[in-house]
Design a binder for this molecule. Structure first.
Ligand SMILES: C[S@@+](CC[C@H](N)C(=O)[O-])C[C@H]1O[C@@H](n2cnc3c(N)ncnc32)[C@H](O)[C@@H]1O
Length: 207
C-alpha cells in the first residue's frame, strides 16, 4: 500500500528527496568516508543521504531505518540511482525496533528537530550502542547558535516544529553535543552545513 500524503507518504518523501539531495551531495563532499563501510541512516526517509554518500564512496553500503510507509519510495529512489544492491531497508519505529549491528557510522538527518526531547536522548543512546569503537555518529539538522539569537531561518523552522510537536527541542550545538556526550560518545565538534539553516555535529564512539 502506498500512502500518498502526510509525513512518510509518497508525496512527502519525494518532496523531501528533492530538498535533501543537494545538501546530501554537499555532505558527501565534506566527509572523508574512505575507511567507512556501512552507514545506518536513521529516519533516512527517501534515502537521499544514503544515495549521495554511497554514490561518492564506492565501498560504502547503507541501511535506511524508517517507518514502513517510506520504504517503497526509498526503494524506488535507490533503484533509480543504480544503488539498490548497496542500500537495504528496515521498516520500523527507530525508538522501539532493534537496530542492526555491523554499521560503522550512523547518520540522523532532520529527525531531532521533529521528535521530542525524550526521543532525542533515546536515539543518541541507541546510536552509541549500535556503533563499534571508533564508529562515527553524525547529527545533521536545523540548529540555532548557542545564544539562540539566530540564524533566523533556522529559528523560524524550529519554532514551526514546536507547533507540530510541543515537545520538540530548540536545537543548538551545545544541546546536541551534550546529548551525544550523555550517550557516551566523544564529540568532535559542530560545523555549519547550509549557512543560516543547518549544522552538522560529529561524534565518535570511544575505544
Ligand atoms: C524530515 S524527514 C528526513 C529524511 C532524511 N533523513 C533526510 O534528511 O532527507 C524525517 C524522517 O524521519 C522519519 N522518522 C521520524 N521519527 C521516526 C522514528 N521514530 N522512527 C523511524 N523514522 C522516523 C520520518 O518518517 C521521516 O522519513
Amino acid at each position: 500500500m502506498i500512502y500518498e500524503a502526510g509525513i512518510g507518504g509518497e508525496r512527502f518523501s519525494s518532496a523531501q528527496h528533492s530538498g535533501s539531495l543537494g545538501p546530501a551531495r554537499l555532505l558527501a563532499k565534506r566527509l572523508d568516508l574512505k575507511d567507512r563501510r556501512k552507514l545506518l541512516d536513521v529516519g533516512g526517509g527517501s534515502g537521499a543521504y544514503s544515495i549521495a554518500l554511497c554514490a561518492a564512496n564506492p565501498r560504502l553500503s547503507a541501511t535506511i531505518l524508517d517507518f514502513p510507509e517510506t520504504v517503497d519510495t526509498a526503494k524506488r529512489h535507490a533503484r533509480e540511482a543504480g544503488l539498490a544492491d548497496r542500500i537495504a531497508h528496515i521498516a520500523g519505529n527507530a525508538i522501539t525496533v532493534d537496530w542492526p549491528q555491523g554499521h560503522d557510522m550512523v547518520l540522523i538527518s532532520y529527525v531531532w528537530s521533529a521528535v521530542g526531547e525524550a526521543d532525542v536522548a533515546v536515539l543518541a543512546k541507541r546510536a552509541a550502542d549500535a556503533l563499534p569503537p571508533g564508529g562515527l555518529a553524525l547529527i545533521h539538522d536545523f540548529m540555532v547558535d548557542d545564544a539562540r539569537e539566530g540564524p533566523r531561518f533556522a529559528a523560524w523552522y524550529l519554532l514551526g516544529s514546536m507547533f507540530d510537536n510541543p515537545t520538540a527541542v530548540c536545537l543548538t550545538p551545545a544541546y546536541v553535543e551534550q546529548v551525544l556526550r550523555d550517550a557516551g560518545l566523544t564529540v568532535e565538534g559542530t560545523e555549519t552545513m547550509l549557512p543560516g539553516i543547518t549544522m552538522l555535529t560529529r561524534a565518535r564512539k570511544p575505544g
